[in-house]
Write a protein that binds this ligand. Structure first.
Ligand code: SF4
Ligand code: ZN
Length: 280
């Protein structure tokens, strides 16, 4: 008898975890929990597999968007019986994300670059402090395909080279990242989320319409219509290229301002924070 959708979806995620060695026995997983469907499904499945999970929510201070996201994250964690750690960006940096964006835009830093950099920065720092062995990110196949295309368009190919089902840490201050939904399509994640009746918030952030990502998303949908399988091919061929790419990992320094690992003397998060006029 053919497996139903639910079982097939769960099997794909489990296979991603097993085949790519995402989680070792007894490892502690900090699950990046945004309140959206991807992190909801990821937390639910990691929990179902018996992993030691703890959810981390970053409060960006974006008004009702943050409030609704947090409400969903709280409902999900209560349903799953998982501890939720709330980290306030304002407490960490002195400003909310809209305040940071307002100032960093003047320096030519786009909202999503500022937001993405600071979220990764805080997530790494807090997960390390919590003693987590891995950070689980909810990126799905569609997100990955978009990131590959964006990295090609913007010429930031080295950013895409860090992407994979697992990004191993090569510096003890960096917690390795895992992406259990790496091979799961966005539409399947949504379908599973609804079947499993997981609470999630689907509202859009006010800055998302100006970002490059929605444009690339539409482009990939059109490609898929003309050439079915295009999305999966973008990701699988990128992985093949990446396997052949044996670039040496640069040694990380310590940021002269915050002490966190950094490629330059001043880390990217501190450059954004400084551009926003914080800690002056
Ligand atoms: Fe941050 Fe909004 Fe951009 Fe997402 S869309 S990275 S929440 S600014
Ligand atoms: Zn720094």
């Amino acid at each position: 008898m053919p497996l139903g959708f639910e079982r097939r979806f769960e099997r794909r995620v489990k296979r991603t975890i097993m085949e790519h060695g995402l989680i070792n026995k007894d490892e502690r997983i900090a699950v990046a929990c945004s309140g959206g469907k991807d992190s909801a499904v990821m937390l639910h499945l990691l929990n179902k597999l018996g992993c030691k999970t703890e959810a981390v929510f970053i409060d960006l201070g974006m008004g009702s968007y943050t409030e609704n996201s947090l409400k969903s994250a709280e409902e999900l964690c209560a349903k799953e019986g998982v501890k939720l750690r709330k980290i306030s960006l304002k407490k960490e940096t002195g400003k909310t994300m809209p305040e940071i964006i307002k100032n960093s835009e003047k320096s030519g830093i786009s909202p999503c670059v500022a937001c993405g950099t600071l979220k990764r920065y805080i997530l790494n720092k807090k997960s390390r402090e919590l003693g987590a062995d891995r950070i689980a990110m909810g990126h799905n196949l569609d997100d990955i395909a978009e990131t590959v295309v964006i990295s090609m368009i913007t010429g930031k190919i080295e950013l895409a080279m860090r992407i994979g089902p697992v990004t191993e840490s090569y510096d003890k201050r960096m917690v390795s990242r895992i992406r259990p939904l790496f091979f799961s399509e966005d539409c399947d994640v949504l379908r599973y989320c609804r079947i499993a009746r997981l609470p999630f918030f689907s509202g859009k952030c006010r800055y998302s319409s100006n970002a490059l990502r929605p444009f690339v998303r539409k482009m990939i949908i059109q490609m898929e219509e003309k050439c079915p399988g295009a999305k999966k091919n973008i990701v699988s061929n990128f992985i093949k290229i990446k396997e052949k790419w044996k670039g040496s990992r640069p040694k990380l320094k310590s940021c002269m301002q915050c002490g966190e690992p950094s490629l330059k003397n001043l880390c990217r998060a501190c450059r954004i924070i400084n551009a926003a006029g914080i800690r002056s």
